[in-house]
Every structure is written in C-alpha cells, then in structure tokens.
Design a protein around this ligand. Structure first.
Ligand code: COS
Length: 379
C-alpha cells in the first residue's frame, strides 16, 4: 500500500476542493438552516463524475477505485458533512448495490443515469422498529403472477423523497430467515410508492432523509436484484463497502475540525499570546492530528482491500468505528478550543460536531461495528 496520493487522487482532491469552495461553502449555512437538499448541486457533481466514482466507464462511471472515492469524500467532509453523506449514500448504497449485484440489463438501464447524476439514488434497509436488528424487518413482498406486491415502510432513507430510483430490501420469506429477504429496484412514480421528509435533524441537514411508504406497490420480477432470498447477504456486503465511505467522510469532518482549530488557535490571543502556545491547546491539537492520521490510514487500508476484492468486513468496521469516533472527538475539541465563538454558528466548529454525530450512527452504529469486529476476531 502506498502512503502518498496517486496522480488520480491528487487530481480528484483538487477538483473537489475547487468545487466545494465555489458551490458548497458559500451556501452551506443556508442549506443547514433550512434543511435544504440541493439537487442542482448533486447534478453538477454528477457532471464532474463524482456520482459514479468506482463505476466502470462502460456503465457511464468514472472508472476509479476506492482510493479516489475515499479521497473525494474526505475533501467533501472537510467542508460539508451533509453533502458528503449524500454523495456517499448515492455511490456506495444505491449505485453500488446495482453494480455489484445487479444483472447486466439492470446495470445498463440504471448505472449510466445514476453515474451522470441524471437520477439520484436511494437505498432502504432500515425500518422504524428495525435499525441495528436489520434482519427483523417487517416490510413484505408477496408474489402475484409475474409481479411482487410490496407493503410496509422504510425509515431514515437518504434521498427518499428526491431519489429517482431506490434499491429496497424487503422480506419475501419467514421472519428472521437470513434467506428470506430480497432486494428490489423501485422507481419513483410507481403507484402506491410515496415518501415523507424527516425534519429537525441535529446534523447533516443538507442531506435529505425520508420515510418510504409502500401501499400495494406492484413490481415486476425483472426488478429483483440477483436471486430471491439473497438480499440480506447482498446488503451486508454493500454495508462492508459503504462503511469505507462513512469512514472517509468522518476523516474529512475530523480534519476540517482540526484545521479550523489550528487556524483559530494561532489567531486567538489570551494572556498576551496566541492560545496555540499554551500546552493545554497544543496537546489537544497533537491528539487530533495523530488520531485523524490514524483514521485516514485505517480508511485507506480498508479501501486497499476493496480495490483488491479481498474480504474487508473487519477492516471496514475498524475504519468506520475509529474514524467516526475521531470525528466526534475532533468536532467536540474544536468547539472547546474556540470557546464561546465555537458555540455559535458564526464559526465552523459546531457544524462539524453536529455532522460528525451521525457518522457513529448511520450505516451501523459504533456498537454494531464493535459487534462485527468482535465476531470476526472470535470466529
Ligand atoms: N457479508 C456477507 N454475508 C454476511 C455478512 C457480511 N459482511 N454479515 C453477515 N452475513 C451473513 C451471515 O453469514 C449469515 O448467513 P447465514 O444465515 O447463511 O449463516 C447472515 O448474513 C445473517 O448474519 P448474522 O447471523 O450475523 O445476522 P444478525 O441478525 O446477527 O445481524 C448484524 C448481523 C448485526 C451485523 C447486521 O444485522 C447489521 O449489520 N446490522 C446493522 C445494520 C446497519 O448497518 N444498518 C444501517 C443502515 S443505514 S444505511
């Protein structure tokens, strides 16, 4: 594994930095205040190739690997965790599920639209009563002739309202049977399929979150991804890869909080000198710098395994668990270093802290990552 950025990573990092400074930073406070998901900005990121980063060019993607993908999310995280989350969910979950498990016909139909940003993707596993305990889901699909009829709901779904297509995991067998869940592709506008926006989130407020409702939604057999009954295992594999993206986004948030803290500590004077000169602050910065670097290394190690198509359940969980906790810690320390100013929206620290907290919850809580890691160690 190389420790330096490759040429593509350098290029992507610069491109995302330029884009974020021009299109995201000037507007992000308003999006955060108003809980506005900027669909137009997603479309522009599609034009830049950021919505199909690891999708091969033959399906309209950028044809890069996970180093480049992680790099893009790290850069977005430094500026806005909400926009970063939308890019992560679109790439890893919806687009990734169709790419890794879909038929060639499904890939040809959906991936070019998703990779270009013409369509925005959503992915639904969680329900109101089944978060960590994903297998206990209640939403059902019943076979009727050549169709499946879906009833139930999904909760906490990124792009549930604005998404043009959703990959949704639905029960087709017995409760608690790991072979009783199937993945379906459902397009916006399908009769009986609706969504309600979830409001008043603490952070990642520029990313849209919604509840999906299925009321006798009729889906043709051709929209089943892979084999009937393989959905849960597909979802677990998708989450293994998805956790790299949340780890990368967490690294970006952590580094953003760290860099803002360094800048503030050099400028802010107390007792006749910059507060950076006080060991209490210098040691905080040293801890942040060390932990951000460690989180980045774990994330790139997981990305390396993904690029090599090797098992990454444990390393993905290592990276996601560690990096998300580091992001919260760095957000918290940034507020502390900035004191009263850090507690206001005039300064960036409080948004880093609010955005970071979702990283320890979404795509598997820190507790689930520890469960996954301990099972891997003990098996
Ligand atoms: N890759 C492939 N298959 C996997 C897998 C993985 N990473 N993890 C589990 N599986 C398989 C198991 O091998 C098992 O197969 P068999 O039944 O054929 O033996 C099956 O899936 C069920 O696994 P397990 O028995 O471990 O299921 P549990 O109900 O105990 O749940 C956890 C496992 C807790 C790890 C899972 O439910 C989970 O990840 N929960 C969190 C969900 C989550 O992250 N939600 C956030 C979504 S926000 S986008």
């Amino acid at each position: 594994m190389e420790f330096e950025y490759n040429e593509n990573q350098e290029m992507i990092a610069q491109m995302v930095r330029d884009f974020a400074e021009k299109e995201i930073r000037p507007n992000m406070k308003q999006w955060d205040d108003e809980e506005h998901f900027p669909v137009d900005v997603m479309k522009k990121m599609g034009e830049l190739g950021l919505l199909g980063i690891f999708i091969p060019e033959e399906y309209g993607g950028s044809g890069f690997g996970y180093f480049e993908y992680a790099t893009a999310l790290m850069e977005l995280g430094k500026v806005c965790g909400g926009i970063g989350l939308s890019v992560a969910a679109h790439n890893s979950l919806c687009t990734g599920h169709i790419y890794y498990h879909g038929s060639d016909a499904q890939k040809r139909k959906y991936l070019p639209k998703l990779a270009s940003g013409e369509w925005i993707g959503a992915w639904g596993l969680t329900e109101a009563n089944t978060g960590s305990d994903a297998m206990r889901m209640q939403c059902t699909a019943v076979k009727d002739g050549n169709d499946w009829v879906i009833n139930g709901s999904k909760n906490w779904i990124t792009h549930g309202l604005s998404g043009d297509v959703a990959v949704v995991l639905i029960r087709t067998g017995d409760l608690l049977d790991s072979s009783g869940i199937t993945a379906f592709i459902i397009e916006k506008g399908t009769p009986g399929f609706s969504a309600i926006k979830i409001k008043d989130k603490l952070g990642v407020r520029a990313s849209e979150t919604a509840e999906l409702i299925f009321d006798n939604v009729r889906i043709p057999e051709e929209n089943v991804i892979g084999e009937v009954g393989m959905g849960f295992k597909q979802a677990m594999q998708i989450l293994d890869g998805g956790r790299i993206s949340i780890a990368a986004l967490s690294c970006g948030i952590a580094r953003g909080a760290f860099e803002a803290s360094v800048k503030y500590a050099k400028e802010r004077e107390q007792f006749g000198q910059p507060i950076a000169h006080f060991q209490a602050i210098g040691f905080k910065l040293a801890d942040m710098a060390t932990e951000v670097k460690a989180a980045e290394l774990l994330t790139f190690q997981a990305a390396d395994l993904k690029n090599k198509k090797k098992p990454l359940t444990k390393q993905g969980a290592f990276a996601k668990y560690f990096a998300s906790e580091v992001a919260v810690k760095c957000g918290n320390e940034a507020v502390q270093i900035m004191g009263g100013y850090g507690y206001t929206k005039e300064y960036p620290a409080e948004k880093f802290l609010r955005d970071s907290k979702l990283m320890t919850i979404g795509e598997g809580t820190s507790e689930i990552q520890k469960l996954v890691i301990s099972r891997e160690i003990l098996k």
